[in-house]
Structure formats: C-alpha cells, structure tokens
Design a protein around this ligand. Structure first.
Ligand code: ADP
Length: 594
C-alpha cells in the first residue's frame, strides 16, 4: 500500500477512534448533566412548593389534589402531596377519585429519606405509573412534627430524550469535525507524498539510464533533503558514467590500435571482446557481438584448448599457433574468478610470422656461408696435404698446388669481402655521398674493368648511353653496381655474344638497362637471383666463379639510392636488368627510347 494511503488510513482510524471515545464519554456526561440539572431543578422547586404548603397549612381535604394538579401543570412535573402517615393527599397525575386507591407512600425511598433528612432523592420505577421516574421529596414542617411531604417527579424517558437531542447535535458536530480533519489530513499527506512521488519518478529515470532530468528541491524539510541527495547522486552517477565512457573509449582505441590480436572470453565461455587486429588475423567479416560463444570465433583446436585450459584451471597457457594471417605466439592469462565464479581468459596473439621468417633466413644464411666456405676450404686442405705429402718436391706440382691455394684463398677473401659489404649495407653502416655523374662516362669506366674478361670470351661491350645524361649517385657505389652487372652479363654470356648498356630519362626517373645475349634466367628465378647466395645453377658454380652475393649487394645499393631493380628475359633469349633511379635535375637530359 502506498505511504499516502497508509498515512491517511492511520489518521482516519485514530481520529475515528478518538471521535467514538469522545462521543461515548460525552454522551454519558450529557446524560448525567441532564439528570443532575433536572434533579437540581426539582430540588429547588420542591423547596418553593414546601414553603407554599407551610404557608397555606392546614389545607382543606378537597384542596390538596387541585393544588397538586395546578402546581404540576405549572412546573411540568408530577407533584404529589403525602401526609406524614404516608397517605397521598393529592397527585397531579392521579384523579381525586383514584387517590383513595393508592398504596401508602411512607416507605417510598425518597419519602423515607425526606422524613429523616428533610430531602430525599431516588430514581426508580413508579408502581403507580409503571415507568422509570426521577423523584425528589421534601418534608414540610420539622422532623419531630412533620406536616406533610411534597414530592416532585419527572419521567426518566423525558430526561433521556433531552440528552439524546444533545447527543445528536454532538454527533453531528463530531462528524463535521471528522470531515474537516479528513480533508486537512489528506491535504497534509499529499503535501508530503507529492514531492516524494516526484523524487521516486526521478530516481526511476536514473535507474533506467536516463540522467538528463534534474531533481528539484521543493521544500526545506527532510523531503527536500532527500531530493537534494537524489540530485547529488544523479550528478555523481553522471560524472562516473562520463569517466567510465572516457576510459572505455581510451581502452577501445588502445585495443583497436594494438597490432597484437586480443580475445577476451568470460567465465561462461562467451566472447567479451575481440579487437580489430584479431578480426583481421581470423579474417572475420565484422564486429563480433558480445556474448557469442567463443568457439564460433576461433578456428583452431589448439587455440580452443588453450582457452579452455585457462578457463578451467585458472593457469597461464602459451602456445605457438597457425592462423590464416600467419604464425602466432598465443598467451592466455586468467582474470577475475572471485566469488565462486570461474576465471575469464585474455588471449594475446603475437604475430611471429616475420620473426620466424627472419629466423629461417638466419639459419639458411649460416648454412649457406658454411656451404660456400666449405668448398674452397676443402680444396685448400687437399692442396696443402698434397704438398705436404711430397708434391712440394716436384717444382711443377708444387706450383700447381700453390696456384690452387692462392685461387681458393682469393675466393674465400672475395666471399668475406662481399659479406662484409652486404652486412655494412644492411645495417645502414655505409653512407652515400651523392653527386651528379655523367652516366656514359661511369659506364665506360665500368666496362674497362671487365674488358679483359669480355675479350677472352669475345663478348662485345656496347655503351649506348647518351652523352650528357646525368645521374645523382655515389660514384664508388654506382661503379660497384655497374661492374657487378657487367661482370655477370659477360660471365653468363655465350662466346661471341654482346652486352649493351642504355639509359634514358622517363618522366621523373632515369631508366638504365643492362642487356646481354646469354642463356637468360629461368622465369621462377627472376626474383630469387637477388637473394643472398642464390645461384641458378649451383652445379655450374665451380666453372663460373662467383659468390652469389653480387646481385644482393646491387639491389641494396640501388635501393639506397632511392631506386629499384628487376630482371627480365629479352625476346632474343638473353637477360636484361632494369634499374630505375629518381631523376633530380629535370629537363637537363635528353629523352630517348631504349
Ligand atoms: P654470382 O656471384 O653467382 O654472380 P650474383 O648474385 O651476381 O652471384 O648472381 C646470382 C645468380 O644469378 C647467378 O649465379 C646466376 O645464376 C644468375 N645471373 C646473374 N646475372 C645473370 C645474367 N646476366 N644472365 C644469366 N644469369 C644471371
């Protein structure tokens, strides 16, 4: 039941009870007051009548009853005159004829009292009239020689009727007061409950997540204080929600910016959060709604097991797992788990694809180096052992094996030189000193470096670079690039073939082409020839000297200059290396097709 109604009911009950008690008490008091007033009146009037009788005494025998009738009518009461022996001389309500038939009144209670004390009172049923009456009797004359007794009586019913009329009036007044009190109580209760209702409504709004409606303080009392507290609570909540929103936003931007994938699973095995990186890794089409069973999201039995283990044991689990987006190191850690609820699990997917690839490259690199060094080392050892075994005695043999020693030492030296160069370039330890270079002059000098080798294989070297074409580059490193490419073009050429170098400016870049008429490069090796130690035909590597590092160095150097290099096969079955450098000096060089 609502407070207002309860209060009203309580007030109504209390007031009604009070009214009933007051009404009943007042009724009794009224009755007593009415009868006391009546007895008082009778006492007074009986005194007057007694004095009148005494004055007129002795009364003649036929005078007494008319006198009583007259007095009774004047006083609107029953008047009885009794002689000292108890015989009734006159009675206003009994005719003269019937007087003789009345019994002796000497032992009537009030008469007996009056005989002794001068005044007697009683309330009893009148045997003569057969109804309850109030009596007052007074003695006329002294106690020793009484003359007569005057008695006055009124019916009790008459007094009760008078009391009743007072009581009805009282009841009406009580009812009116009750109605007034009820109205006042209702108004006061409403004054208290209305602001309470509006506070309750405002609190309801807050509870259902609407915080924009403020709560007004309407009064200066406890209810007003309550309104103030609710308003303060609403503001604090608003602030806390604002803070929580900001924190959530911060967290979500951190999570979405993280390159590591994150999956948070609740103790109920349902998804709490999947960040953008992991969605990419798992190739998920969109947001994953909270509450999705996590097995609908993860793809791999190992991942599911890792999460399930953490969820059931609360322990950290680490796994290396494969996903569509690469290879990942998965770490699942527990969180929460207090109050009898099992722990949740946070999974961090750290992408180790690149680390793995680097690791593989490093392993291959070490294997390649040892492989490359093993052959010349074996030759060195063989030559040295042969020399030790007696070949040194024979000058011809000795010179042959010493030649082998020198050749293999030189090869190891060139491998180590190339490796040093490569590592310097890769670690960024070399710095370029670019300057404008006449490209045709640089090519001419590079051709001079391979001229002897080209001559021995009857390979024709053609420099088709237009004079005046300027390239911004580090001269020493550009020479290294050109000599490497020309050396390969001669080395892998056929006898009697040719090597052509051309260049032209193309828009914002300068395109340099080194083309030969050799055996070409198998299409699947066109990219790999730029990898360290890669050689198309390893079996032939003994015949054609080389470290397999030249093109790797060339590629790095070209990139250091801001350029690109790629290899292709010419339609006439040779290979072509195309280099593109950014042109700095716009308009200074002639344009021409290669
Ligand atoms: P190498 O020291 O073996 O020359 P490079 O890195 O310079 O090492 O070249 C790698 C491989 O690329 C060579 O072993 C060869 O198989 C291939 N190659 C390079 N240049 C040419 C070319 N002009 N014609 C055909 N194959 C080539």
């Amino acid at each position: 039941m609502r407070i207002g109604r309860r209060l009203l009911l309580l007030v109504a009950l209390l007031v009604t009870a009070a009214a009933i008690v007051i009404d009943l008490t007042a009724g009794v008091l009224i009755d007593r007051a009415v009868s006391e007033r009546a007895l008082e009146r009778l006492t007074l009037e009986s005194g007057q009548l007694a004095r009148e009788i005494e004055r007129r005494w002795p009364l003649a025998g036929d005078e007494a009853d008319p006198w009583a009738d007259q007095a009774g009518e004047a006083l609107r009461a029953r008047v009885t005159l009794v002689d000292p022996s108890g015989r009734v001389l006159g009675d206003s309500q009994v005719s003269q004829r019937e007087l003789a038939g009345l019994e002796n009144h000497a032992d009537r209670e009030e008469i007996a009292q009056a005989a002794v004390a001068g005044l007697g009172r009683s309330t009893r049923v009148s045997p003569s009239l057969d109804r309850p009456m109030h009596y007052v009797a007074r003695r006329v004359g002294s106690a020793a020689s009484p003359l007569a007794y005057v008695r006055l009586a009124v019916p009790s019913a008459e007094l009760a009727a008078a009391g009743r009329s007072y009581r009805v009036t009282l009841s009406l007044i009580t009812l009116a007061a009750l109605a007034l009190l009820g109205g006042l109580a209702y108004a006061s209760v409403r004054r208290v409950t209305r602001p309470l209702e509006s506070i309750a409504r405002a609190a309801d709004e807050v509870a259902s997540g609407r915080y924009d409606q403020s709560v007004e303080r309407e009064s200066d009392d406890e209810v007003g204080d309550l309104a103030l507290s609710v308003e303060r609570m609403r503001r604090t909540l608003l602030q806390q929600i604002g803070r929580a929103d900001a924190e959530r936003e911060l967290l979500s931007s951190i999570l979405s910016g993280l390159r590591e994938g994150i999956l948070v699973v609740g103790h109920d095995h349902r998804v709490l959060l999947v960040n953008a990186s992991l969605r990419g890794t798992l190739r998920l089409p969109g947001e994953v709604p909270q509450g999705t069973p996590f097995i609908q999201v993860v793809w791999d039995r190992e991942v599911v097991e890792a999460f399930e283990r953490t969820l059931s044991t609360g322990q950290e689990v680490r796994r290396r797992v494969k996903a569509p987006g690469g290879v990942f190191e998965l770490t699942v850690v527990p969180f929460g788990g207090a109050g009898g609820i099992g722990p949740g699990a946070i999974g961090l997917f750290f992408n180790i694809t690149q680390i793995e690839a680097l690791e593989r490259v490093r392993r291959e690199f070490v294997a390649d180096i040892s492989h490359e060094l093993r052959t010349p080392l074996a030759s060195l050892r063989a030559a040295a052992e042969t020399l030790q075994g007696g070949a040194a005695e024979d000058p011809e043999e000795a010179s042959r094996f010493l030649g082998m020693l020198i050749k293999n030492t030189a090869r190891m030296e060139s491998i180590l030189n190339d490796l040093t160069d490569l590592s310097l370039i890769e670690t960024g330890a070399i710095t370029l000193s670019p300057a404008p270079i006449q490209l045709s002059g640089a090519v001419r000098e590079a051709m001079a470096a391979v001229e002897a080798k080209a001559g021995s294989r009857r390979v024709d070297l053609r420099n088709e670079i237009p004079e005046g074409l300027i390239l911004h580059a580090d001269r020493r490193r550009l020479d290294q690039v050109l000599v490497n490419l020309l050396d390969n073009a001669v080395k892998f050429n056929r006898a009697g073939g040719s090597v052509r170098v051309a260049a032209a400016r193309e828009g914002d870049s300068i395109r340099v082409v080194v083309e030969d008429t050799g055996q070409g490069i198998p299409p699947d090796a066109l990219e790999r020839i730029f990898h360290r130690f890669y050689r198309v035909d390893r079996a032939r590597s003994r015949e054609v000297p080389g470290t397999g590092l030249g093109l790797a160095i060339v590629k790095h150097l070209v990139r250091l200059h801001g350029g690109e290099i790629h290899a292709e096969n010419t339609p006439r079955a040779g290979s072509r290396f195309v280099l593109t450098f950014p042109a700095r000096d716009a308009g200074a060089s002639p344009e021409r097709d290669i």
